[in-house]
Design a protein around this ligand. Structure first.
Ligand code: PEP
Ligand code: MG
Length: 923
């Protein structure tokens, strides 16, 4: 049971703790901060997240059960059923005991501060009731504005403000929000009625409706409520209670649940929403009033300029909903210069205090500025990097704080392609560049269709007039979003930036027809399924698929990475098998190649054929001869790779995969034999095929991943390892002769027993090196090392370390071996179930399993270093590019580098810096 005496649920803004977002929510904390810093904030109070938790606690188990099912992702029909059930349960909940008594006390204080009275017929106090989670979830939860209005108080408001039109405008807004949010009536019903009235009174926009039209609208809205949910209840205390409940409930609306899943917002990060109740100030009191959203810097480019939008004669939700395209903040500067100065000064102050770019909501009531909310802004990765670097240079952040501002994964988005302007056709339309990247896809007009099409493997662009929070599932499914209405702070823009989707918004020339599933622009008709390209860097929209280019690393990103390089302890190398990958890796700052998988060089048909000959040879002589030829073929590839990485170490792994992967499948050969016989092929041809079939069949293994592969091939056929070594070291020798500085490291895979290494060193690598040194009359320097990827290899790492100069953890195979999970099969088979049931928290092939695989790594590092202190140790499994795993590798100590795929090099550099900074802090 809730112990009322020990809990205080409600805090005035003056007494809230600006630092405690977990309790007050982002909005409550921001309002407390601004109030306490003396900014003009309409007074109010915050109901804590504790109250929300206690609210749901009443039937927590049943609720959690349903949320879990929704998380699994169920078909739309089941989803709707579950949500209905969930809301049925929530409707039975009552507010925690004593909460409304506290609310009444605080409302009294509010009345005193504003000199108005809640529900008063002459001088009514109106409030907003708003959600505010501990982390920002833009537009995902609900808000009710203008609460305190009914048939009587609306007259009082008209009198108080001497503005009847305004009073009824506020009342109709209240009825719509209350109807939608509290009573759950479909918003369309209100929108349709609004449109009808607009048509009737010949009004283009809502601001063109006069008092009579608004009065009629109010009656129509009440009628909708009556028909749907019974008579509109005039009791304002009842309305307040219901609104608080509705905001709590909105924590569990499907889009909020979905947003939390997609953004990995766990209950530990944000457990529930707070509610702020704030006295209203009015942006809809005429053209000297309005509402706006402003960022302390440009959230698209990161430029240090205040940036935002202002909508005259409007209320808060209008800007976010993208109902009218707002004016730029610079127009505000012209219209209200002193107000602009005030805004600017306070924004900069908030930025300093919060140590981040701020996203501020404000209202102007008859020329007077009020702050309604401040929070850390969501930005494009480009802006995130630029603002972090700039703020460090301005002394607002330390370099280390600046590094921590940029999530390692986000830098991937900076490498998103851009449209190649030099060869692109003329755009068909232009909107605002709301979220970067250039993507193409088939046009769809409905979020549900986006989900359906994506499921069928299609790439889609979701095209909407404007988007609402309910469309958010379509965002995740689409590759990009295009809207014809709304500004940079419209819902579509904010959400797309938040989840890293490319978006172009407010492309006003395009005319969308949902019925016909098409849009028109300058005489071109684009139908559902047609392909378009959108460029969120420029706002351009193109017909068809347009060529793109890869951006270069430069400017602030380069600077930030240099700072990151100064603090990180782990080196970063690349997994690269072909010259293209090696070039990218070097450009992105790789400190060498940590894994070159030799087998990728055998993909070309003539090489594969040679390799097959090697595998199928019957005598050592035959095999040696075939190997010589293959060796000659791949030597030039090594030369190219070593040249690209000149001066940096290149770790080349001797052949690793099971041999059957290089051979035709027995079934395929049987088919060929059958076809040869049917088509009357020659006896000889049939005999050859049958011979081949027999050989291939003899090589079939029940468990090829545990079979004849890796070092085991080097032991059974040392001539294979000799041939490979020859290609590598001849390449090195020739480059040295050419005056280059190739640094070679030869790596032996799949080792479980120290003597395996001894054998291949003595029988293959060293004698070959000897021969080559003689042949080229040169002294070669190269290191010999091994993969640690078998369990025995890890446990006997001390014995192994005596024979090698480096270790590289093959955490892919080590994970497979430790779990006995087939790395090729689990992801499509049972792993999803494990994750759903939380038997595993993460896919262990993505994020290192610290307790099992990680423990083996630790043991191997300690044992290896104990006998060979100078041994170089790295990680070259996929975990080498995963930030969480990188942090683990940093923490355990003794590891020198991680090796990641070329596009993850920047992620790894930054993640290694994060690990070093965080670890230092926790000392
Ligand atoms: C590994 O096993 O982690 C590894 C890097 O090798 P591969 O993925 O080629 O088996
Ligand atoms: Mg491996």
């Amino acid at each position: 049971m809730i112990n009322k005496m020990s809990k205080k649920y409600v805090y005035d803004f003056e007494e809230g703790d600006p630092k405690n977002k977990a309790l007050f929510g982002g909005k409550g904390a921001g309002l407390a901060l601004m109030t306490q810093a003396g900014l003009p904030v309409p007074p109010g109070f915050t109901i804590t997240t504790d109250a929300c938790r206690d609210f749901f606690q009443q039937r927590k188990q049943e609720i959690d059960e349903i949320v879990k099912q929704l998380e699994k992702g169920v078909p739309p029909q089941v989803r709707d059923e579950l949500i209905k059930k969930l809301w049925g349960i929530i409707d039975t909940l009552s507010l925690p005991a004593g909460l409304m008594d506290e609310v009444r006390e605080h409302m009294k204080k509010l009345e005193m501060k504003r000199g108005r009275k809640f529900g008063d017929k002459n001088n009514p106090l109106l409030v907003s009731v708003r959600s505010g989670a501990p982390v920002s979830m833009p537009g995902m939860m609900d808000t009710v504005l203008n609460l305190g209005l009914n048939d009587e108080t609306v007259k009082g408001l008209a009198q108080q403000t001497n503005n009847e039109r305004f009073a009824y405008d506020s009342y109709r807004r209240f009825l719509q929000l209350y109807g939608k949010i509290v009573l759950g009536i479909d918003d369309k019903k209100f929108d349709e009625t609004l449109n009808k009235i607009k048509q009737k009174y010949n009004a283009k926009n809502d601001i063109d409706l006069d008092t009579n039209a608004l009065k009629e609208l109010v009656e129509e809205y009440k009628k909708i409520i009556r028909e749907e949910k019974g008579e509109f209840i005039q009791d304002y205390w009842y309305q307040l209670e219901m609104a608080i409940k509705a905001v709590f409930r909105s924590w569990m609306n499907p889009r909020a649940i979905f947003y939390r899943i997609a953004n990995k917002i766990t209950p530990e990060i944000a457990g529930c929403t707070a509610v702020t109740v704030q006295s209203m100030v009015f942006g809809n009191m005429g053209m000297d009033s309005g509402t706006g959203v402003v960022f302390s810097r440009n959230v698209a480019t990161g430029e240090n300029e205040i940036y935002g939008e202002f909508l005259p004669n409007a209320q808060g939700e209008d800007v976010v909903a993208g109902i009218r395209t707002p004016m730029h903040i610079s127009d505000l500067k012209e219209r209200f210069p002193s107000l602009y100065q005030d805004l600017y000064k306070n924004l900069k102050m908030l930025e300093k205090v919060n140590k981040d770019v701020q996203d501020v909501e404000f209202t102007v009531e008859k020329g007077k500025l009020f702050f309604l909310q401040t929070r850390d802004a969501k930005m494009t990765p480009l802006a995130r990097v630029k603002t972090a670097v700039d703020m460090a240079k301005e002394g607002i952040l330390t370099k280390e704080e600046a590094i921590l501002k940029v999530k390692p994964e986000h830098v991937l988005q900076l490498l998103y392609p851009k449209v190649d302007e030099t060869s692109a056709p003329k755009p068909i339309a232009k909107g605002l560049a709301a979220s970067p990247g250039a993507v193409y896809g088939q046009v769809v007009f409905d979020p549900d269709d986006a989900v359906e099409w994506a499921k069928r493997g299609k790439e889609v662009i979701l095209v909407r007039v404007e988007t609402k929070p309910d469309d958010v599932h379509g965002f995740y499914a689409a590759k990009g979003i295009l809207t014809s209405r709304g500004g940079m702070t419209s819902h579509a823009a904010v959400v797309a930036r938040g989840i890293g989707k490319t978006a172009v918004v407010g492309a006003e020339e395009i005319q969308i027809d949902y019925e016909k599933k098409e849009f028109r622009v300058n005489g071109v008709v684009i139908k559902e399924g047609d392909i378009i390209t959108i460029d969120g860097n420029t706002g351009n929209v193109y017909l068809g698929k347009v060529p793109t280019v890869q951006p270069k690393v430069g400017g602030e990103l380069q600077e930030l990475l240099t700072w990151a390089d100064q603090v990180r302890v782990l080196k970063v190398k690349a997994n690269a098998d072909v010259p293209e990958d090696a070039r990218i890796a070097r450009e992105y700052g790789a400190e060498g190649i940590g894994l070159l998988r030799i087998e990728r060089m055998f993909r070309r048909p003539e090489r594969l054929e040679k390799l097959r000959k090697v595998i199928l040879s019957e005598t050592t002589e035959e095999r040696t001869a075939a190997m010589e030829e293959l060796s000659e073929m791949i030597k030039k590839d090594f030369k190219e790779m070593l040249s690209i990485m000149d001066g940096l170490p290149v770790t080349i792994r001797l052949i690793d995969p099971p041999l059957h992967e290089f051979l035709p499948k027995p079934e395929e050969l049987l088919r060929q034999i059958y076809e040869a016989k049917m088509s009357g092929a020659s006896e000889d041809k049939i005999k050859d095929l049958e011979k081949l079939y027999k050989k291939v069949e003899a090589l079939v293994e029940a468990n090829p991943m545990m079979g004849h592969r890796g070092v085991r091939v080097g032991i059974t056929f040392p001539e294979v390892y000799r041939g490979l070594t020859r290609a590598i070291l001849e390449a090195q020798a020739e480059l040295i002769k050419e005056g280059k500085n190739p640094i070679v490291q030869i790596m032996i895979p799949q080792v479980a027993i120290a003597d395996e290494i001894k054998f291949v060193k003595e029988k293959a690598i060293l004698p070959t090196a000897e021969e080559i040194q003689k042949k080229y009359e040169i002294k070669l320097n190269f290191k010999i090392g091994t993969m640690i990827e078998t369990v025995r290899g890890a446990i006997t790492a001390d014995e192994i370390a005596k024979n090698v100069e480096f270790f590289s953890f093959g955490t892919n195979d080590l994970t497979q071996a430790t779990f006995s999970f087939s790395r090729d099969d689990v992801e499509n088979k049972f792993l999803p179930k494990y994750l759903e049931l939380e038997i595993l928290k993460n896919n262990p092939f993505e994020v290192i399993d610290e307790k099992g695989v990680g423990e083996l790594v630790k043991i191997a590092v300690q044992k290896g270093r104990s006998v060979n202190p100078n041994i170089e140790i790295g990680v070259c499994g996929e975990h080498g590019g995963d930030p969480t795993s990188i942090e683990f590798f940093h923490k355990i100590g003794g590891i020198d580098y991680v090796s990641a795929s070329p596009f993850r090099i920047l992620v790894a550099r930054l993640a290694a810096a994060h690990a070093a900074i965080k670890n230092k802090k926790s000392l």
